[in-house]
Design a protein around this ligand. Sequence first.
Ligand SMILES: NC(=O)c1ccc[n+]([C@@H]2O[C@H](COP(=O)([O-])OP(=O)(O)OC[C@H]3O[C@@H](n4cnc5c(N)ncnc54)[C@H](O)[C@@H]3O)[C@@H](O)[C@H]2O)c1
Ligand SMILES: O=C(O)CC[C@@H](O)C(=O)O
Length: 526
Amino acid sequence: MPRVLISDQMSPKAAEIFRARGIEVDEITGLSKDELIKIIGQYDGLAIRSSTKVTKDVLAAATNLKVVGRAGIGVDNVDIPAASSRGVVVMNTPFGNSITTAEHAIALMFALARQLPEADASTQAGKWEKNRFMGVEVTAKTLGLIGAGNIGSIVADRALGLKMKVIAYDPFLTPERAEHMGVTKVTLDELLAQADFISLHTPLTDSTRNILSRENLLKCKPGIRIVNCARGGLIDEAALKELLDSGHIAGAALDVFAEEPAKSSPLFGTPNFVSTPHLGASTDEAQVNVAIQVAEQLSDFLLTGGVTNALNMPSLSAEEAPRLKPYMALAERLGSLVGQLDKDGIKSVRIEVEGAAAQLNIKPITAAVLAGLMRVHSDTVNMVNAPYLAREREIEIAEVRHERDTDYNTLLRVTVHTANGPRTVAGTLFGMSKPRLTEIFGITVEADLAGDMLYIVNEDKPGFIGRLGSALGSAGVNIGTFHLGRRDAGGEAVLLLSVDNAIPDALLTDIRALPGVKVASALHFV
Ligand SMILES: NC(=O)c1ccc[n+]([C@@H]2O[C@H](COP(=O)([O-])OP(=O)(O)OC[C@H]3O[C@@H](n4cnc5c(N)ncnc54)[C@H](O)[C@@H]3O)[C@@H](O)[C@H]2O)c1
Ligand SMILES: O=C(O)CC[C@@H](O)C(=O)O
């Protein structure tokens, strides 16, 4: 009989479901890291919320662990690469607490607009300070959403009901989806300049960390009010404190902090600052939802092998896996190539397979393209959740098998329609196992897609390669491989270089300034 440990406070429904399905379950909360390490080896499954940290060390001691289930959305307390490399599936429950968290954001917005916590404390202290607390209406004000996924779109819906104007900054949001949601898609700078209230709803990733930096906070309208129910680390807390003190920011409400539990913070006690201890998901309804979902998902997996909402596992049968693996590597790299070069407002993705590839199950190939394409926005995207995320974002997917003969034994072509038009890349497998690019944006270029690379579009004029080589050489960047393609002589040329180390930002700026350079981007493939 499989054994599951529930190591965070969870609705009793979870344990009930495990027992009803014949799974032995222990509920032990408040364990220290060492205590968890001591006992984790006994369990096949681990059900957690945000307190348990599933680190590399914990996973190393988890010799029997097959699955970790997060009763919630964010999995930043789980080392997913470490779990993947140990073959531990990580699942979350992506929707169970979305409404609850959106409602918390709206509640905090009102708390700021009407200074409710301070007014409450003053009234209960017997002060009756009727003239001290002057609020603002939210009606007709502009709410700026940073992140318009599940939770952001529910916040938008509620805010529209409150007669607010809603604008959103989210690179994944297509104009069509924005229109459907009744919000206006804007750039981050436009959002900062226009919003009266800002609410954050992105995961914490490299692209969102410190998104409300000091510089960006200063770009906000004076009198801005800010709500964060997403993750600590999205806002510069020190700058927030200074700008609240100076009055540039009229109010801020944080449910989440860079360091949690936040037992002390320079922000505590600041006028117009409101905080809650990561309560975004804390309602009876949400906790029952996520407990039921996590217990069902873990039970299914442990008893039948069924996989739902996994963040690190492709859904593949044992027979198909070895045959599809190199295709999925190629597909992911082609998706990643387009995603890294143009991620703005993806509308549709067309995946075409020719030759040997046309005989395969195309679904995992599509999932791998989407995972590569969208992983630039969130490191929790993988082949399992990428197709779902694409559907959510109303990205149209087309899969086409061509029976025609091709120049290659097998060919995969990916066309992504973004705000900037269609972008096509294609690739093949060398020796039926090694992914290789064959075409980029209409230009034939053969190249491996691996490690750190540099992509350049330039005018095809003599002397350019020498200037580029000197720029790289003087910055100490060694070229590994060099691939060149062009539309026609003297026209537009494309260069793809593999380099031995990542291209520093300053070098990229210098390369962009070289005569004839139209585009220069640093790429990275895992
Ligand atoms: N406070 C809480 O208790 C609580 C509860 C639930 C979820 N959360 C957090 O809320 C966050 C959002 O959850 P969700 O379910 O809406 O996730 P989601 O994946 O549905 O939406 C996230 C959105 O952020 C967008 N995004 C990614 N990078 C971006 C960037 N650089 N700039 C702007 N937008 C970007 C994505 O395109 C996506 O639309 C998660 O981090 C989650 O952990 C907190
Ligand atoms: O479990 C919680 O209380 C918080 C959950 C929340 O942070 C999430 O990401 O789902």
